[in-house]
Design a protein around this ligand. Structure first.
Ligand code: SAH
Length: 214
């Protein structure tokens, strides 16, 4: 594969399919070298300003955290906040989730967090949703055996659709609630920026935990 102006050439033809490009052009990270230790690594996809990940990183200093976020402005805010807090166990990837296979080695991630991913309810947008089969295939590859995904969303439609996708794509849903804040799972829950906003509007929050079937 070679770079050709704006386009990537995969096997000699122009390629705008990010997953295909990622599969053909890997620059895999040595996560132990990146973090300076061999601690387990957890990943948030679509981390926004980083409020959730920074709080979790402070609570779990023996775990490493990777933030994947496509939007440069918000990831920069998260990086500044990490520096202010002096957290040594957080790193950032300013990439679209489609290119995760390019950078993150197979079987290297303990848990993936999908917090308030854009629900994209319109018909025809299914492929873009972060719980669609093509993303679940990427997550399966990078997760350790029995690794898990924790999803939170305010969108009931996206939630029900995601449960079906988990079950049909190599994951077992081991926990679910359609009103997180009135459930036993509320204890220890870290409220994300989007979650705080939805809570202030009185919206119930859905949460699911899905484990990779080996
Ligand atoms: N998790 C945060 C932000 C939720 S908004 C919170 O709960 O407060 C959803 C975030 O996902 C946005 O910051 C958006 O830029 C990011 N995002 C959407 N699609 C993405 C993709 N394909 N890859 C990486 N990040 C994505």
């Amino acid at each position: 594969m070679q770079a050709c102006g704006e386009l990537l050439l995969v096997r000699g033809r122009p390629c705008l399919n990010l997953k295909e490009a990622a599969e053909n052009y890997r620059a895999l990270l040595d996560l132990s070298a990146v973090f300076g230790n061999g601690n387990p690594v957890k990943l948030e996809v679509g981390s926004g300003n980083g409020g959730f990940l920074l709080e979790l990183a402070a609570r779990e200093p023996e775990t490493n955290f990777l933030a994947v976020e496509v939007c440069t402005n918000v990831i920069l805010t998260a990086m500044e906040r990490t520096r202010t807090k002096g957290l040594p166990n957080v790193r950032f990837l300013n990439i679209p989730a489609e290119t995760i296979p390019c950078y993150i080695p197979a079987g290297s991630i303990e848990e993936i967090f999908l917090n308030f991913s854009t629900p994209l309810p319109a018909k025809g947008c299914e492929r873009q949703r972060l719980t669609s089969p093509r993303f679940l295939s990427i997550y399966r590859d990078i997760l350790v055996p029995h690794g898990r995904i924790t999803q939170k969303t305010d969108s009931a439609v996206f939630f029900e659709w995601s449960l079906v996708q988990f079950a049909g794509n190599g994951f077992e849903v081991v926990a679910e609630t359609r009103d997180l804040h009135r459930s036993p799972y509320a204890e220890g829950n870290i409220v994300t920026e989007y979650e705080a906003n939805f809570l202030s509007q009185g919206k119930p929050i859905c949460m699911a935990r899905a484990v990779k079937i080996v």
